[in-house]
Design a protein. Structure first.
Length: 214
């Protein structure tokens, strides 16, 4: 190999590795819809939720992305929201947003591109059962704590002063009602103060839980 050939080979290798680096950097992280509850226990208003998951090792700015129902009703994720690597984000609309029958959710980016979409499903059970992604399938079932068994999880979202969403390693995210605590509901005096207190003390903290046998 002469000098000119070695120079051309060197240039080719530089272009090759540059192309790989650009391709890797420009790859779009696959933010997905992980779970949702279209018919929670009690009233639906303010208690429905959708969980997004970032399975990549890159942070993604999901601010101003939208969640769209089968009827075309859209909710916008707040500007400046970052979904960190392997992290979850829970969105809870302040009003009844999801239908209990024949509902689907589409996740769209700021340009309107479809990032993910759930199948059309129904939930006739007014309880804490919800739809959750299991690999390539969606399953519906109860994620209950076993009585007498202490479990650990991380608080991923604060609903209000007496309700939090906790992520467990095996069963995913579950909504937990605190025992012996009854704080003001949305719109009532003291609601924001109670929610902020739980945010300060519990959000992103590891907690241990047990079912109230009484």
């Amino acid at each position: 190999m002469n000098k000119n050939q070695r120079i051309l080979l060197g240039i080719a290798l530089v272009l090759l590795f540059t192309g790989i680096a650009l391709a890797t950097t420009s790859a779009s992280p696959g933010v997905m819809i992980h779970a949702f509850d279209q018919n929670p226990a009690g009233r639906d208003e303010g208690n429905e939720w959708v969980t997004l998951y970032n399975p990549s090792n890159q942070s993604v700015d999901i601010g101003n992305w939208t969640l769209e129902t089968a009827d075309g009703e859209r909710e916008t994720i707040p500007e400046g929201t970052t979904l960190y690597p392997f992290a979850y984000y829970i969105y809870t609309p302040p009003y009844q947003w999801l239908d209990n029958t024949d509902e689907a959710i589409t996740l769209r980016d700021t340009k309107g591109g479809e990032r993910d979409k759930t199948p059309v499903v129904s939930d006739s059970e007014n309880d804490n059962r919800y739809w959750i992604r299991n690999d390539s399938e969606w399953i519906f079932g109860v994620k209950e704590l076993e009585r007498g068994k202490i479990r650990s999880g991380v608080v991923k979202h604060v609903v209000d002063g007496d309700t939090v969403d906790v992520s467990f390693a095996i069963t995913g995210i579950q909504r937990i009602r605190l025992v012996g605590v009854n704080t003001p509901e949305r719109g009532e005096e003291g609601y924001e103060e109670a929610k902020e207190f739980v945010n300060r003390t519990c959000l992103w903290e590891e907690v241990k839980l047990d079912v109230d046998d009484r």
